[in-house]
Design a binder for this molecule. Structure first.
Ligand code: NAD
Ligand code: MG
Length: 298
């Protein structure tokens, strides 16, 4: 079965060759070390000039959803800066090479999103090396499963909020000064903002914050011609899920609860980001695109 964007396919049968086997990775996890590699769209995504000459910064652009988005943006004609943790250099090198193979400029900016100074410097360096900025994707995120509030440490609660919420605030605040009319900000939320799992108390709460932040900011920036939108993924096969995001024993059934009956792949998210980044979505702001296999979000 073809997994490209253009062929008529049964969505319940796509990516049947990718098994989410039980596995565990330390730290943030690597795409390179996934037992069954996620589909990033590197062998399928076809661009059509929708982001020609644009300049994008994507946090967590080394792997998973951010990496698929970086590949798609580059193939649509954008220069792309990616942020990631230093320990993810192997994945980042691969994405830098794919951006360059698309004939675009790639800028690699490793560091820790929990560090305010890194976030401020990240924007400054991206603007300098891309010679401007008109797309910001706040996508980097931390998800650690924890069964009980008794075991949820202050440190984890703080780290999850710093990575998922504070970094978005710090980076957006620094970026807004550089964004002109027509620019777009896209924040990655989650089905967890709508159907929180009991073992993702801190994470689900950050994702609801991202939604609310985005809807308020969209109103604030609309008069300046800057749009702010959200992509809310469902269960997607990425390193985060194998690096403590889910209990290891739950991985084989990961995504089977969705109406489409399977996990999504990062490649299936990229077109939503492309739409929201491009002028095709010129009247769309404060909105959320759900890419979740059909899970209800009301
Ligand atoms: P991923 O592990 O591939 O990407 C997450 C990235 O976040 C990492 O690559 C890493 O570079 C970055 N990151 C994490 N902590 C960081 C830190 N302290 N400093 C710098 N970078 C840091 O996983 P993904 O699933 O593609 O995640 C991307 C986004 O999608 C996240 O916001 C996640 O919450 C969201 N999301 C994922 C799913 C899913 O099922 N995979 C579902 C809903 C939402
Ligand atoms: Mg990564």
């Amino acid at each position: 079965m073809s997994n490209d964007q253009y062929t008529l396919t049964d969505p319940t049968k796509l990516y049947a060759d990718i098994d989410t086997t039980a596995q565990s990775q330390p730290g943030a996890g690597l795409d390179a070390k996934l037992d069954n590699k996620a589909a990033l769209g590197d062998d399928t995504y076809r661009g059509s000039g929708r982001l020609e000459g644009r300049k994008a910064l994507i946090t967590g652009g080394d792997s998973g959803i951010g990496a698929a988005t970086a590949i798609a943006f580059a193939r649509e004609g954008a220069d792309v800066a990616i942020s990631y943790l230093p320990e993810e250099e192997e994945d980042a090198k691969n994405i830098v090479s794919l951006i360059e193979q698309a004939g675009r400029k790639a800028v690699a900016l490793p560091g820790d999103l929990k560090d305010q100074q890194y976030c401020v410097d990240l924007v400054a360096k991206a603007v300098e090396q891309l010679n401007g900025l008109d797309i910001l994707v706040n996508n980097g995120g931390k998800q650690q499963s924890c069964d009980s509030i008794d075991e949820l440490t202050d440190e984890q609660f703080d780290d999850t909020f710093k990575t998922n919420v504070y970094a978005m605030f710090w980076i957006t605040k620094a970026a807004v000064k550089h964004l002109g009319p027509g620019s777009t900000i896209i924040n990655t939320s989650s089905i967890q903002a709508y159907q929180p799992s009991e073992n993702l108390l801190d994470y689900a709460t950050t994702k609801a914050s991202i939604n609310t932040f985005s809807k308020a900011l969209a109103q604030q920036l609309a008069p300046k011609g800057i749009r702010v939108n959200v992509v809310a993924p469902g269960p997607i096969w990425t390193p985060l899920q194998t690096a403590g995001g889910q209990p290891v024993e739950d991985l084989p059934e990961f995504g089977e609860q969705t109406p489409l009956g399977r996990p999504g792949q990062p490649a299936e998210l990229a077109p939503a980001f492309v739409f929201l980044a491009s002028a095709e979505s010129s009247y769309v702001t404060g909105a959320t695109i759900h890419v979740n296999g059909g899970m209800p979000t009301l």
